[in-house]
Design a protein around this ligand. Structure first.
Ligand SMILES: [Zn+2]
Length: 300
């Protein structure tokens, strides 16, 4: 296996066999700058999106199929943010946040999830086309941080004792984010039916304490390789295994032919209403801010 740099833009599988714990650790660096460069967001929104993309990478890298897709979508009501979407496909990440800039400017420095989203929830969709598996979980956007919300989601809806830590920080001109996801999966492989999960297994609190001791600046520090960080947290364990690393990069799947085909499906009168002063229909990709100019005549 080609070795990849384990400092940034990678998600790494983790297993602590003697404790029946497994999960992912990830750090994002240049991939965040690339995604954020398509937008001009206030720092607070950049930080939120960086954390959301980290969660997306942790969960997306759990998918077994190379063509599996993971989507996070926050639907909200009455908050400064009305939509946040991130997705993952084969190591490619993208995301955007639709928000009211004036309302965001009036927020405190560390807003809670309800302060950001109003009354909202986060839909997490796992899509594995080969196995024809599609699963959606709904996380209420309550509490202080996205990490907390994700952790209570796993505990409540999936009945798996879980630890989720997310952190994002701008160091100089560059964003770095990191995340740790650990789950107590006593029976066999990831993704198997978990009929025998015991919420009170003594191994779990031990792992949760060690994993929970990770500091935000350890998660975001690009000088600290992920495997070194795992060793720092779990070096007293009998064995800590790292599994294949997934490189992460920015990827947008918008494409001119697809955009044209979507517009072509609108009724003629609606298409006419879309034509701008220059005679073209312009469509923006919300993820990467690319603009597609379509000649209305092409669609006839
Ligand atoms: Zn795009």
């Amino acid at each position: 296996m080609p070795s990849i740099e384990l400092n940034t833009d990678a998600a790494l599988g983790v297993a602590i066999p003697s404790r029946n714990a497994r999960g992912r650790i990830a750090r994002l660096g240049p991939v965040l700058d690339a995604i954020l460069a398509s937008h001009q967001y206030p720092a607070l929104i950049e930080k939120l999106l960086a954390e959301a993309l980290t969660l997306t990478a942790l969960l997306g890298s759990l998918l077994k199929e190379p063509q599996g897709q993971l989507t996070l979508q926050a639907q909200t009501e009455g908050g400064p943010i009305d939509l946040m979407v991130c997705d993952y496909l084969g190591g490619e990440l993208r995301g955007y946040v639709r928000h009211d800039a004036e309302k965001v400017a009036a927020l405190p420095a560390e807003p809670s999830l309800p302060e950001l989203f109003g009354k909202g929830y986060l839909a997490i969709t796992f899509d594995q086309p080969l196995a024809k598996e599609r699963y959606q979980g709904i996380v209420p956007l309550e509490g202080k941080t996205l990490g907390e919300a994700a952790q209570s989601y796993f505990a409540q809806s999936e009945q798996i004792p879980s630890l989720v830590r997310l952190a994002a920080e701008k160091r100089g001109d560059h964003w770095f984010a990191g995340g740790l996801l650990l789950q107590h999966l006593p029976e066999g492989e990831e993704g198997r039916e978990r009929l025998h999960t015991r919420l009170d297994h003594p191994d779990w609190p031990h792992v949760a304490i060690l994993g929970g001791s990770v500091k935000a600046d350890e998660l975001t520090d690009p000088a600290l390789p992920l495997d070194d960080l795992l060793w720092r947290l779990f070096h007293d364990e009998e064995e800590v295994r790292t599994l294949a690393a997934t490189p992460l990069r920015r990827g947008c799947r918008c494409d001119p032919d697809y955009v044209r085909s979507v517009i072509a499906r609108f009724p003629v009168d609606e298409r006419e209403a879309m034509v701008g002063d220059d005679g073209m229909i312009r469509v923006d990709c919300a993820f990467c801010s690319s603009t597609f100019a379509i000649e209305p005549g092409e669609l006839a």
